[in-house]
Design a protein around this ligand. Structure first.
Ligand SMILES: C[S@@+](CC[C@H](N)C(=O)[O-])C[C@H]1O[C@@H](n2cnc3c(N)ncnc32)[C@H](O)[C@@H]1O
Length: 250
């Protein structure tokens, strides 16, 4: 914390880190300094189709299953709960557009939320450097779903329409959310203490469909945190579902 925040304190003209922190505490949470602190303290590492297998499972098993189960409602709600710069949400959107043309006339919504306004503004813009698209995005998908604007690759509107980004702090009371069919909360709970992880897993149970699915990061689990989640294997992925849910084949 000290090594990440001291440069910010000095840049802001504060003599010590303590002075900087006192100033932060005295002001309401939304000053430029608070945003800079969030950026300095969070790890925003992400990439398109990160870890590969969850997206293969989505494409080969999970979305087909959800399409069958939601056929009467024709509605799918997906949440990328620590969206960072948006690659996770846009990866799901590409799978949907690329492999499930039947969803064109469904109500499909992918909500991306994050704590950091800086990463969210890039996510909303959908603009990525060459280096960022080189990480995990196959060339045919890049050419089909992005337009080159100057040095950036920008997500086309057809894909952007599926995705909405909003600021949300997982630590604070959550706003009213839709009932999700699928939640991805990947590579964020590793940074939280045990009580916070338990609380977040409980809240997810309250906003996910009883038969909905939860993906966590490869180093994250519900085990020993919340006994109400069942661990499932689908394709080469591990995912989680309410214990009371129907078996996969139902
Ligand atoms: C390592 S990135 C993970 C991005 C993506 N889910 C993935 O797996 O590639 C973690 C993200 O969690 C966000 N984050 C950290 N603490 C948070 C909180 N309390 N509420 C919401 N987002 C948070 C950070 O801003 C960061 O963008």
């Amino acid at each position: 914390m000290e090594s990440r925040l001291t440069p910010l304190a000095l840049q802001g003209g504060f003599a010590t880190l303590d002075e900087f922190i006192t100033q932060l505490r005295m002001n309401p949470l939304q000053t430029l300094f608070h945003d800079q602190v969030i950026d300095a303290l969070t790890t925003n590492e992400t990439s398109f189709f990160r870890d590969f297998h969850p997206f293969e499972t989505l494409r080969n098993q999970l979305i087909p299953l959800l399409i069958t189960r939601r056929a009467s409602m024709r509605k799918l709600n997906i949440w990328s709960g620590a969206a960072s710069t948006g690659q996770e949400a846009y990866s799901i959107a590409m799978i949907i557009r690329e492999h499930f043309p039947e969803l064109r006339d469904w109500q499909v919504s992918i909500l991306g939320t994050d704590l950091s306004p800086t990463v969210l503004s890039q996510a909303k813009e959908g603009a990525y450097s060459q280096l960022e698209v080189n990480r995990g995005l196959p060339a045919p998908l890049l050419l089909k779903y992005f337009t080159k604007v100057g040095t950036k690759w920008v997500v086309k509107d057809d894909l952007k329409r599926l995705v909405e980004f909003r600021q949300m702090n997982l630590f604070k009371p959550w706003p009213i959310l839709p009932v999700f069919d699928l939640v991805l909360l990947r590579n964020v709970m590793i940074y939280f203490d045990i009580e916070t992880k338990k609380e977040i897993l409980k809240r997810i149970r309250n906003c996910i469909h009883p038969e909905g699915y939860l993906f966590l990061g490869a180093a994250e689990t519900t085990i020993n945190l919340d006994p109400n989640w069942e661990t499932l294997t689908m394709g080469l992925s591990t995912l989680y579902q309410h214990k009371a849910a129907l078996p996969i084949a139902a």
